[in-house]
Design a protein around this ligand. Structure first.
Ligand code: NAG
Ligand code: NAG
Ligand code: NAG
Ligand code: NAG
Ligand code: NAG
Length: 228
C-alpha cells in the first residue's frame, strides 16, 4: 500500500480546538513537565476511550514520538502532512484535557452512518481499531503571545497514530459504539495488539483500483491525502 500526500485544505472553526488559556498558567501540569507522566497520561486516557469502543489498547511508539516532537517544536498549529494519523491540540491545561477534547467528539458521531466528519475526526482516529501504536510530544510554544513561538497557544500536543485511521469506507468496521460500563474490560484484561482482520480492512476503493480518500484531522485545519 503506497501513500501519496496531497493538499486539500478546508477550514474548520478554531474555537473548539483552542480553549481559553488557564488563568493559573504559572503552575505547569506534571503531565507536561515530566516525560514518564506525559506518556502514562496519554496511554491511560487514550486506552480508556479505546476499551470503551472495543478497540485494542495502543502501545507507545518511539519513532512516532520523534516525529511528533520534530513537529511540535515548530509550533505551527497545522497538520504536518506526514504518513501517520495525527491529532493536534493546543492551549489545554494538561494532556488529559487535550485528549478528552478529542474523545468527547463522540457525542456528535453517527455510529450507524459511519462517515468521516471534521467535527468528529479526532475521536474516530483515537478509537480506530486498526491503529495499534501512538507517539506524542508536547512543546510549550506560547504562540501568539509575547516571548512565544509560532501560533500554537500554551502547550502544543501532537499525537501520531500508526497504522493510520480515518480511512474512508472503513468507519463502520473501525469505530464501534460505546460499550455499557459493565462490558468495558479493565486495562489489564484488554488486548493490546489486535485490530480488525486485514480482509475487512482493505479499502473498498483499492479493490476496484479507484482512489480512496484517506483523511486525517488535526486541530484547526483539515488536510486530505489519497491512498493509491
Ligand atoms: C509561557 O507562558 C507562561 C505564562 O505566560 C510562562 O510562565 C512560561 O514561562 C512561558 N514559557 C515559555 C517557554 O516561554
Ligand atoms: C468486541 O469485538 C469483538 C470482535 O473483535 C467481539 O467478538 C466482541 O463480542 C466485542 N465485545 C463486546 C463487548 O461487544
Ligand atoms: C511505529 O511507527 C512507525 C512509523 O513511524 C512504524 O513504521 C512502526 O512499524 C511502528 N511500530 C510498531 C510496533 O507498530
Ligand atoms: C486537567 O485539567 C482539567 C481542566 O482544567 C482539570 O479539571 C483536571 O483536574 C486536570 N487533570 C490533571 C490530571 O491535572
Ligand atoms: C491495518 O493495519 C495493518 C498493520 O497492522 C496494515 O498493514 C494495514 O494496511 C491496515 N489497514 C488499513 C486499511 O489501513
Amino acid at each position: 500500500m503506497r501513500f501519496a500526500p496531497s493538499l486539500l485544505v478546508l477550514s474548520v472553526p478554531l474555537a473548539h480546538a483552542i480553549p481559553q488559556l488557564s488563568q493559573d498558567s504559572a503552575s505547569v501540569s506534571a503531565e507536561y513537565a515530566n516525560d514518564d507522566t506525559f506518556e502514562k497520561a496519554v496511554l491511560d486516557v487514550t486506552n480508556l476511550y479505546r476499551r470503551q469502543h472495543n478497540a485494542s489498547q495502543l502501545a507507545w511508539n518511539e519513532s512516532l514520538v520523534e516525529y511528533a516532537k520534530d513537529w511540535s517544536e515548530d509550533c505551527e498549529f497545522k497538520h504536518s502532512g506526514g504518513p501517520s494519523g495525527e491529532n493536534l491540540a493546543s492551549g489545554y491545561p494538561n494532556v488529559t484535557a487535550s485528549i478528552e477534547a478529542w474523545g468527547n467528539e463522540r457525542d456528535d458521531y453517527d455510529f450507524d452512518k459511519g462517515e468521516f466528519a471534521s467535527k468528529t475526526g479526532h475521536f474516530t482516529q483515537l478509537v480506530w481499531r486498526n491503529t495499534s501504536t501512538v507517539g506524542c510530544a508536547r512543546t510549550e510554544c506560547n504562540g501568539s503571545q509575547k516571548g512565544g513561538k509560532g501560533d500554537a497557544p500554551g502547550w502544543y500536543v501532537v499525537c501520531e497514530y500508526y497504522p493510520t485511521g480515518n480511512v474512508i469506507g472503513q468507519f463502520t468496521d473501525n469505530v464501534l459504539e460505546q460499550l455499557p460500563d459493565d462490558k468495558v474490560p479493565s486495562a489489564s484484561d484488554a488486548p493490546t495488539t489486535t485490530g480488525v482482520p486485514s480482509a475487512t480492512a482493505t479499502p473498498q476503493g483499492m479493490a476496484s483500483g479507484t482512489k480512496t480518500n484517506m483523511v486525517t484531522l488535526f486541530g484547526a485545519v483539515l488536510l486530505g491525502a489519497l491512498w493509491v
